[in-house]
Design a protein around this ligand. Structure first.
Ligand SMILES: Cc1ncc(COP(=O)(O)O)c(C=O)c1O
Ligand SMILES: Nc1c(O)cccc1C(=O)C[C@H](N)C(=O)O
Length: 417
């Protein structure tokens, strides 16, 4: 045994002892003996959610019945919860709506953004973007004849805009790469898009709740994000859509459902959009899930996201150090940028047997995920992750590899990896 692991123990102990956010872990229900490093895919259960859901089901639905649309604030929930999320992403009230999936909100955002630049040809997106974002960009382009998708990696965007900027309608990117955890400069990309006369659509799934975001200050045009990762709203939690105030009058939703009508209960013959962000509503929202998400968001009530970001950087920095000392000698490499200002809240390590290693870790109570073909993703959440847990996870992985205690060709146990 070298002295390095002792240094890691010492560092973990000091960082955790100095952690002002440590008490926030009590706001979550996590099973004993589990080190949960997959909150970047599904956030764990906030303690506030079960009583809130019980109240919604038994009192609001069970007793108050349909009167709850008014009396328990069901009708306004998409806008109210949208505003709560808005506070986490730097959006003033009245610009964010919650209720549909990220994919549906993204379809709305991309379609509406492209329609605001009717004389331009290109919808530019990241070839490494999450699949739904790539598929929907193609779907939107297929529905507007003059549009064509161009897949441009973030580092090549400036050069593309210099060449073809006057033909770019929309750029659609994510601040955090879902595979590598690389963090891109939202302000610079949005500004570059605007200089070219294009609009910027952002997918905040891997960023919201993990770091401060500044949608209004950076003059983002449209943004979407899910409710189930760092917002901890639960499986299938409703997502959200942000549309900057300045686009509200010209914004046309492609899915003209009755909830977005100016007079939703008037049964008018024709569609007439509601004023403001309400026009981005579609149909009856999933109230049980929305109100679970609302309860989950209370976790953030007195939390400073700058502190969350600082601790997240400390956690990822520490985990990278653990990986360098304990895992790199065994053939595992990080694909996440070493510069803390260039990474989000997860670390991706590369190994050809990523799936087998992920399963072996799970058997030891360390929950991570893998992304094909060879990335192990370790998500940290400053609200409940400790440095000690990361060191323990790295030591488990070291032992599993040293003892070859994993199946190199594991059977797939289900559709979800
Ligand atoms: C960047 C990103 N966008 C979108 C999604 C998913 O979209 P939806 O919530 O519609 O399943 C994910 C994860 O599933 C994601 O990581
Ligand atoms: N949305 C998911 C789901 O419904 C099942 C399993 C995983 C997910 C995810 O969120 C995956 C995630 N967006 C990713 O970063 O890969």
């Amino acid at each position: 045994m070298t002295t390095a692991p002792l240094a890691l123990d010492e560092r973990a102990a000091r960082a955790d002892a100095d952690d002002a956010l440590a008490p926030l872990a009590e706001r979550f229900v996590l099973p004993d003996g589990v080190i949960y490093l997959d909150g970047n895919s599904l956030g764990p259960l906030p303690a506030a959610v079960p009583p809130a859901v019980t109240d919604v089901v038994t009192r609001q639905w069970g007793t108050d019945l349909i009167g709850s649309w008014n009396d328990n604030g069901w009708w306004d929930a998409p806008l109210r919860i949208g505003d709560t999320i808005g506070r986490l992403v730097g959006a003033a009230p009245g610009q964010t709506v919650a209720g549909d999936s990220t994919s549906v909100h993204l379809f709305t955002a991309l379609t509406a953004a492209a329609a605001l630049r009717p004389d331009r040809r290109f919808l530019v997106t990241d070839p490494g973007h999450f699949p739904t974002d790539r598929y929907l960009a193609e779907a939107v382009a297929r529905r507007q004849d003059r549009l064509e998708v161009r897949r441009i990696a973030p580092p090549d965007l400036d050069a593309f805009l210099a060449e073809e900027g006057d033909q770019v309608a929309v750029v659609s990117y994510a601040p955090v790469d879902f595979r590598t955890g690389e963090l891109y400069d939202m302000a610079a990309t949005t500004e570059a898009a605007h200089r070219a006369g294009a609009l910027a659509v952002w997918d905040l799934c891997h960023a919201a709740g993990a770091m401060p975001l500044h949608l209004d200050a950076q003059e983002v045009d449209f943004a979407v994000g899910c409710g189930y990762k760092f917002l901890n709203g639960g499986p299938g939690a409703p997502a959200y859509l942000y549309v900057a105030h300045r686009h509200h009058t010209s914004f046309e939703t492609p899915v003209t459902g009755w909830n977005g009508h100016a007079n939703p209960f008037g049964a008018d013959r024709d569609y007439s959009p509601a004023p403001g962000i309400a026009r981005a509503r579609i149909g009856t929202p999933p109230i049980l899930s929305l109100l679970a998400l609302e309860a989950a968001l209370t976790v953030f009530e007195d939390v400073d996201l700058a502190q969350v970001r600082a601790k997240s950087m400390s956690l990822t920095e520490f985990f990278l150090r653990c990986a360098t000392e304990l895992l790199t000698p065994l053939g595992i490499e990080s694909v996440t940028p070493p510069d803390p200002s260039r990474r989000g809240s997860h670390i991706a390590l590369r190994h050809p047997h990523a799936l087998g290693l992920t399963h072996a870790l799970a058997q030891r109570g360390v929950i991570i995920d893998m992304r094909a073909p060879d990335l192990l993703r370790f998500g940290v959440n400053a609200l409940y992750t400790t440095h000690r847990q990361l060191l323990t996870a790295a030591r488990h992985l070291q032992e599993i590899m040293q003892e070859s205690a994993y199946d190199p060709e594991p059977p797939r146990t289900g559709p979800v990896t």
